[in-house]
Write a protein that binds this ligand. Structure first.
Ligand SMILES: NC(=O)c1ccc[n+]([C@@H]2O[C@H](COP(=O)([O-])OP(=O)(O)OC[C@H]3O[C@@H](n4cnc5c(N)ncnc54)[C@H](OP(=O)(O)O)[C@@H]3O)[C@@H](O)[C@H]2O)c1
Length: 336
């Protein structure tokens, strides 16, 4: 039985991780942490867990944690996470980190987009990017997995077959995506507060979203050459989900049928990717670890769509899929 600590258990992805681990047959929760003011019995902090889990959410004590858990799901905000991860590794735990702190390999890019100095270069170097469909093998020996961002998960799964098989021009890919309000975490901001989100739909982060360099880094790795992506995020009036639409120029004419076959072959052994015959919908994947994809040709462009639940395949579900891989468990445990 894998013993799991959740660091930042009082947040959205922390709670989602609790939900999934509670139904995992080979993993159990042993330690849940948060800042002092958010602590208490987990069933009191999150009534959905009443009667299902009797652990306390308590302030993190590294001495207590050492020897108590095998893995930490580190659900902390970026910039905060890199202050905790080295100590979690030193305490002998494997770490799946949810933040952006270990995703961008180029420190200058990280510091430009996140506006702080990176304080843990050593672990950044060895961290493995946790998109199982592409980096499963590298993850098997990893001590630290950088769980992908929610938008990059949807966008990269939507275009990976095109990049791997060199079907598209890589200089001008456009990713348009819309997220629900849980993507911003539990603390409301003016933009993501209910009165602004409800019955509303808007673009934000124009030309500057932090997930753009992450998409470009991994897309370039998949393609084996420089990939340029213009990423435009939007927010829509729903709790969970990300719908991404990706526009690419093919290198040569290709039919929708051939594209569909390419995707079906590429993802044929993937337990959590489904290739659809029409545009996917966020409601169809809500609460699941699935990514639904549809690819077609229109006006000489290749257009691919993906739908994921940002809190599951975009965060906690993918983290637990990664945890299963790191510990040599059946990859779908707790998730299928
Ligand atoms: N939401 C998503 O859809 C999503 C998707 C992919 C990745 N992520 C990433 O996952 C991470 C967590 O996101 P979230 O949406 O769960 O955020 P959240 O709801 O704001 O939760 C953040 C958690 O971190 C804790 N925390 C904040 N500052 C801290 C500090 N200085 N020291 C210790 N603990 C601290 C909070 O504790 P308190 O409750 O005590 O404040 C809370 O438990 C972020 O890095 C985010 O970018 C989120």
């Amino acid at each position: 039985m894998i013993r799991v600590a959740i660091i930042g258990a009082s947040g959205y992805t922390g709670a989602e991780s609790v939900r999934i681990i509670l139904r995992h047959s080979e993993a159990k929760l042993v330690y849940l942490t948060a800042l002092a003011e958010e602590c208490g019995e987990v069933g009191e902090v999150f009534p959905q867990f009443k009667g299902r889990c009797d652990l306390q959410i308590e302030p993190l004590d590294f001495d207590k944690l050492s020897g108590l858990a095998d893995v930490a799901l580190c659900c902390l905000p970026h910039k905060v996470s890199m202050g905790f991860v080295p100590k979690l590794l030193e305490a002998g735990l494997k770490v799946i980190d949810f933040s952006a702190d270990y995703r961008l390999k180029d420190i200058e890019v990280y510091e430009k987009f996140y506006g702080v100095e990176h304080t843990d270069r050593a672990n950044l170097e060895s961290a493995v990017y946790g998109l199982p469909e592409l980096f499963r093998e590298q993850m098997k020996d990893a001590e630290l997995v950088a769980n992908p961002g929610c938008y990059p998960t949807g966008a990269l799964l939507a275009i990976a077959p095109l990049l791997k098989e060199a079907v598209v021009k890589t200089g001008s890919i456009i990713v348009n995506a819309v997220t629900g309000s849980s993507g911003a975490g539990k603390n409301p901001s003016i933009k993501f507060h209910f009165p602004n989100m409800n019955e509303n739909f808007f673009a934000y982060g124009v030309g500057s979203h932090r997930h753009m360099p992450e998409m470009e880094q991994i897309a370039s790795q998949i393609a084996g050459c420089d990939v340029q992506i213009l990423f435009q995020p939007h927010a829509g009036p729903f709790d969970r989900g990300i719908l991404s639409t990706v526009y690419c120029q093919p290198k040569a004419k290709i039919s929708s049928e051939k594209l569909s076959k390419l995707y079906k072959d590429f993802y044929s052994s993937e337990p959590f990717v489904q290739i659809c015959e029409d545009g996917p919908a966020v409601k169809d994947v809500a609460g699941t670890n699935y990514c639904h994809i549809f690819v077609t040709c229109a006006k000489g462009r290749i257009v691919s769509f993906s739908a994921i639940d940002n809190l599951v395949k975009g965060a906690s579900g993918q983290a637990i899929q990664n945890m299963n891989i790191v510990f040599g468990l059946e990859e779908t445990l707790g998730l299928a």
